[in-house]
Design a protein around this ligand. Structure first.
Ligand SMILES: C[S@@+](CC[C@H](N)C(=O)[O-])C[C@H]1O[C@@H](n2cnc3c(N)ncnc32)[C@H](O)[C@@H]1O
Length: 289
């Protein structure tokens, strides 16, 4: 496995995924009862953007300037984005950054940990040993966080149903494996059998439309509960950039969350577009009642 999220931390895909994740956590916390957050592909939890672009063998162009960099100094952000940016700024400053540009970026487990109440728990899976080691160091003093250096798809099964009876699952794979979409569909199917009311968010890249449509068709075979897909593209379909955008499928989303996300996402698409043709689209795969 070659994937290192450090190279991508804070890019447009992280902005979209993390802003929506924060919004979902807030919505779940409207109920007093705690929930289990499972991150099947957790990463290292903390990313130093100053070294993010330094590869082992090649110098890479940092991706965060076209992501969080575009929102960092903007005033009058839509509420959903303002909430997410405020969390990132709090983390960045706490980690000691005194500069005007962002430096320390919180991954999905850290963002959720920042929001977690005493009754919420986190269960994190990260397969790469060094990334898992960094994750352990990041959460060394947190008794609410469980970390396993293991396959997140297999690990998810053992987490559901949780004693809390409420779960939020993020499935955020690197999509290096040819059968990644198939693995996701299987994991979602297994998870829904064990916890039909779990909220499950799956991130996916928009590289080939046909593969994503195939993924949706496979998901449809699971007889899904209410599910929407939110997609953000930063360039048009003819642009040479490989990953033209990304999407997030959300199964059992918080009620009416689309009403907040649609205007936010439209705004986000305008801010993050890298060429003509950037757009946002939120559509229901299975409409809520
Ligand atoms: C896109 S990154 C995760 C980013 C993280 N969720 C965030 O938003 O901050 C994907 C991670 O999954 C890890 N990984 C790859 N295959 C895995 C598997 N089968 N189980 C668990 N982790 C895996 C990679 O090492 C990588 O750190």
């Amino acid at each position: 496995m070659n994937y290192r999220h450090s190279y991508h931390a804070g890019n447009f895909a992280d902005v979209m995924k993390h802003a929506v994740l924060v919004r979902i956590v807030r919505a779940m916390q409207r109920k007093e009862r705690g929930f289990l957050y499972v991150d099947t592909h957790a990463g290292r939890g903390r990313y130093d953007l100053a070294s993010a672009a330094r590869g082992d063998t090649l110098e890479r162009k940092p991706e965060w300037p076209e992501g969080i960099g575009r929102l960092w100094n903007r005033s009058r952000l839509p509420e959903v984005l303002a909430d997410y940016i405020a969390l990132v700024k709090t983390y960045d400053q706490k980690q000691g950054n005194l500069e005007a540009a962002p430096r320390f970026y919180p991954g999905s487990p850290r963002l959720v940990r920042m929001l977690a109440r005493a009754q919420d728990r986190l269960s994190l899976f990260e397969k790469q040993q060094d990334e898992a080691g960094a994750l352990r160091a990041e959460f060394a003093r947190s008794s609410q966080v469980g970390i396993q250096s293991a396959d997140g798809y297999a690990g998810l099964r053992g987490q559901l149903p949780p004693p809390e009876k409420r779960a939020l699952v993020l499935i955020d794979p690197p999509f290096e494996a040819k059968d990644e979409f198939a693995q996701v569909v299987k994991a979602v199917g297994d998870a829904l059998k064990r916890a039909p009311a779990a909220t499950i968010a799956v991130w996916y890249p928009l590289t080939e439309r046909a593969r994503v449509d195939g993924f949706f068709a496979e998901l449809a075979g699971l007889a899904l509960p209410p599910t929407f897909a939110f997609e953000l593209t930063v360039v048009g379909p003819a642009h040479p950039m490989k990953m033209k955008g990304c999407g997030l499928v959300v199964i059992n989303p918080p009620y009416q969350i689309d009403q907040e996300l649609t205007p936010t996402c439209t705004w986000m698409a305008e801010m993050l577009a890298q060429d003509q043709g950037g757009r946002a689209e939120l559509r229901w795969l299975v409409k809520e009642a």
